[in-house]
Design a protein around this ligand. Sequence first.
Ligand code: FMN
Length: 174
Amino acid sequence: MIGMDVLEAIRTRRSIRKYDRNRDVEPEKLLACLEAARWAPSASNKQPWHFIVVRSKEKREELARLHPYGKFMAESPVVLVVLGDPQKHQKYFKCDPPIATQNFLLAAHAQGLGTCWMGVVDSSIEEPMRQLLGVPDNLRIICTVSVGYPAEKPEKTRQPLEELVSYESFGKGK
Ligand SMILES: Cc1cc2nc3c(=O)[nH]c(=O)nc-3n(C[C@H](O)[C@H](O)[C@H](O)COP(=O)(O)O)c2cc1C
């Protein structure tokens, strides 16, 4: 098995916002992440997504400048830009690309890479990002993902399961 068990990957993945500046992302690891993204489920298997891999420092700096909560895109060696295609699926073009993105995140983590997801769609930065990356008018920018080797080990909590799950009818515990 390459990497780790899927449940372990889900449990231990954290958003990484500090990156090792001396370590680039190997093309084959990135390809494995993109491959994981490609195999995500999508409504009617329409796959309404496209991915732009950005390595250029100038472009990453510009992405970082545009995104109010994504300044670390200037420091991660790779930024993935995830697009949604309303012509491929008018109803699910905002839903399916995030599923592919989560596959990407998990595949990255399983290979020792860190990532952080940054929302873009429907925000005021979508248009300037579109121009920066030459994204055609018929596609939407759903999110960006920074990718690189982690230089931090953040911890996070989650709500307990009892608060999130009902059995048989809403609000009913086990
Ligand atoms: C739709 C979405 C948008 C997000 N946008 C940002 C963002 O703009 N900047 C950022 O630093 N983190 C962003 N995050 C990461 C979340 O803050 C993070 O997933 C959450 O705090 C849980 O932490 P964990 O991923 O380490 O478990 C985003 C995550 C999602 C799913």
